[in-house]
Design a protein around this ligand. Structure first.
Ligand SMILES: [Zn+2]
Length: 112
């Protein structure tokens, strides 16, 4: 299974393509059903912009945004999209770690 298909399946499941033209969603579904490599060059080109996404970055508890600009693609993007519902944003691995760290600190502060 190619990572493109993983990414596209997540995009479809998350409803991230709902705002796109029906044609885009149709081609994405076709890729999931038949494999990305079996699409024509033109069809692949339509999906290309959706196969990379910039990390949304995280804000520390002080409201400082880390300005993360990692471009996610392939497996990293598929994983980020899978976790999008949980974290509320598409995040790279570093930002996920950072978010977890803040959450733990926050838990500790609340307990004290
Ligand atoms: Zn990041």
């Amino acid at each position: 299974m190619s990572h493109e298909v993983d990414v596209l399946r997540q995009l479809i499941n998350n409803g991230s393509l709902d705002e796109q033209e029906a044609m885009v969603r149709g081609i994405a579904q076709l890729a999931v059903d038949q494999g990305f490599e079996n699409l024509s060059d033109r069809q692949q080109a339509v999906l290309q912009p959706h196969l990379t996404q910039a990390c949304a970055g995280v804000e520390d508890p002080g409201g400082y945004h880390n300005d993360c600009n990692v471009i996610l693609e392939g497996r990293a993007l598929a994983v980020a999209l899978e976790q999008e519902g949980y974290y509320g944003a598409v995040l790279c691995e570093d930002c996920v770690n950072e978010t977890e760290q803040y959450a733990q600190e926050w838990e500790r502060i609340k307990r004290e």
